[in-house]
Ligand binder design. Structure first.
Ligand code: SAH
Length: 234
């Protein structure tokens, strides 16, 4: 998968994309090619303004600055032309569809994502109308920019690209995932067996895998009932 990021602050990304699973996914292993490549583009590089500006005060008045159409439009055209793979355009915005694991699962199968991070008060609506991106939100709160939401999206998607996680860390039992029936994950324990007087649940120690499986399913249902009854449906 190719992932293009269009942002005014590309310097925010390398630490996140260069660490742990996101880093590993972008590295070739033996003679297998990398499973993903990241391409950061600074929208500012495409402005035709002679002072390098990309934003202006809003028509109609009000606080803040609005990102202009021209730099973003030209950046998208230029970046899309860098590779024949068709890009799915995504705009991170608090007004988008709330991001869900089911959306992430679909995105993980695509050949190319082009993710736009807004900043300041937002983006001139006309360029959004023209680009017709899929609009996604990371939750009902407002951040100062789309960069963190973009990184959240990339992290959630890349770990689901087939081959990125090994079998032993596979995703099938995680919260919201089909393997967990869309429920929350069960609780996890590791060594030592006793910590601050608290014992690991004995069922996990007896090696009876059917029993363990049953216990985990029950835990998963119980926590979902407690914490997120909305996930259980009607
Ligand atoms: N004025 C806008 C908010 C702008 S926030 C409004 O009230 O709807 C500035 C930028 O941060 C947005 O363009 C978007 O790219 C990003 N952003 C802020 N909160 C976000 C969220 N919850 N999800 C996704 N992107 C968000």
């Amino acid at each position: 998968m190719r992932i293009d990021v269009l942002t005014l602050f590309p310097e925010m990304f390398p630490a996140v994309l260069g660490t742990s699973i996101l880093k590993r996914a972008a590295q070739p292993v033996g003679d297998r090619a990398a499973l993903v490549s990241y391409h950061l583009t600074n929208i500012r590089d495409y402005t035709t303004d002679k002072h390098g500006k990309v934003d202006k005060a809003p028509f109609g008045g009000g606080p803040g600055m609005v990102m202009q159409c021209q730099p973003l439009w030209d950046a998208v055209q230029a970046v899309e032309a860098q590779d024949p793979a068709p890009a799915t355009r995504i705009l991170m915005t608090p007004q988008g569809r709330p991001l869900r694991q089911s959306i992430v699962e679909e995105l993980a199968l695509l050949p190319r994502l082009l993710v736009i991070s807004g900043h300041y008060e937002g983006i001139d609506e006309r360029v959004i109308d023209r680009l017709k991106p899929m609009e996604l939100s990371v939750g009902d709160y407002v951040l100062s920019g789309g960069e963190l939401p973009t990184m959240v999206l990339i992290d959630a998607v890349v770990r689901l690209i087939p081959g990125v996680l090994g079998d032993d860390e596979s995703t099938h039992h995680e919260s919201f995932s089909p393997g967990a029936g869309g429920l929350l994950d069960y609780p996890h324990y590791t060594k030592p067996r006793e910590w601050m007087g608290m014992e690991v649940p004995p069922v996990l120690l007896n090696g009876d895998h059917a029993k363990i499986e049953e216990w985990r399913k029950e835990q998963s249902r119980e926590r979902t009932r407690d914490r997120r009854p909305d996930l259980l449906g009607p």
